[in-house]
Design a protein around this ligand. Structure first.
Ligand SMILES: Nc1ncnc2c1ncn2[C@@H]1O[C@H](COP(=O)(O)OP(=O)(O)OP(=O)(O)O)[C@@H](O)[C@H]1O
Ligand SMILES: [Mg+2]
Length: 221
């Protein structure tokens, strides 16, 4: 079967301000349906790479070629590395609805019943439904991380990017969450790039990458 390239890095370099390159001449392709586990040392450029993938920053040199459907950034969901404590009063359910931002929900209108039901369903998937009405600011770090994942799931994205999504989770939640992400991705036909330092079960992924600024090493499974 022919693999469809979703996204390709062509000799991409990136430097913050006038500093030296964080990523240098990096080339790799993500195919549709890939479930990729990426690791690498602190400062290797993993978070920077995810920011390039979701369009938060642009390459300093080189190009990123995207399948036309991915040009629409709405097709990408990004779970950032550190879950900042929210400063504004927002319920857990509302914060999941924020995942629909730019997709099928306008903040000028009230959220639709269907959207709220879907947000509730996503909270159930991460076992946080009993917190739906709570203030997001009252949650623990691990609970906030689960809600952030629910916020990504509700997007039904073509590409799901997760930056160390299980850091704050206990051992049992960790393995449940990874199985959930993997099964939802397979069900929805999503591609996934997940960053983790943990030795995770290879069965959840089809490719394993190690990044070191200039080189993306792929270990064959
Ligand atoms: N906003 C920024 N401005 C300047 N330099 C930055 C910025 N963000 C990151 N860096 C630098 O870029 C390099 C790569 O950072 P990045 O966050 O991508 O690493 P990482 O692989 O995600 O590391 P970790 O495993 O610690 O999360 C680091 O040396 C870091 O200091
Ligand atoms: Mg990082």
């Amino acid at each position: 079967m022919n693999k469809t390239a979703l996204l390709t890095f062509n000799e991409v370099s990136f430097a913050y301000a006038d500093n030296k390159n964080v990523l240098e001449s990096l080339s790799f392709t993500i195919y549709r349906g890939d479930r990729i586990l990426m690791s690498g040392e602190n400062g290797a450029g993993k978070t920077t790479l995810l920011k390039l993938l979701c369009g938060q920053i642009e390459p300093t040199a080189g190009t990123i070629t995207k399948m036309s459907s991915l040009e629409n950034l709405r097709e990408i969901a990004y779970v950032p590395q550190i879950q900042q404590a929210s400063q504004i009063a927002v319920s857990v359910l509302e914060s999941v609805l924020l995942g629909l931002w730019g997709k099928n929900f306008s903040f000028l209108n009230r959220s639709k019943k269907k959207d709220r039901q879907e947000a509730y369903r996503c909270l159930e998937l991460v076992q946080m439904e009993s917190f739906a009405k709570r203030d997001l600011r009252e949650l623990s770090g691990g609970q906030r991380q689960k809600v952030a994942i629910a916020r990504a799931l509700i997007r039904n994205p073509s590409l799901l990017l997760l930056d160390e999504p299980t850091t704050y989770l206990d051992k049992r939640s960790k393995s449940e969450m990874l199985s959930l992400i993997s099964s939802q991705a397979q069900k929805g036909g999503w591609s996934v790039l997940l960053i983790s330092h943990d030795a995770l079960s290879d069965s959840l992924f089809n490719r394993v990458f190690t990044l070191d600024n200039t080189f993306m090493k792929e270990r064959s499974l």
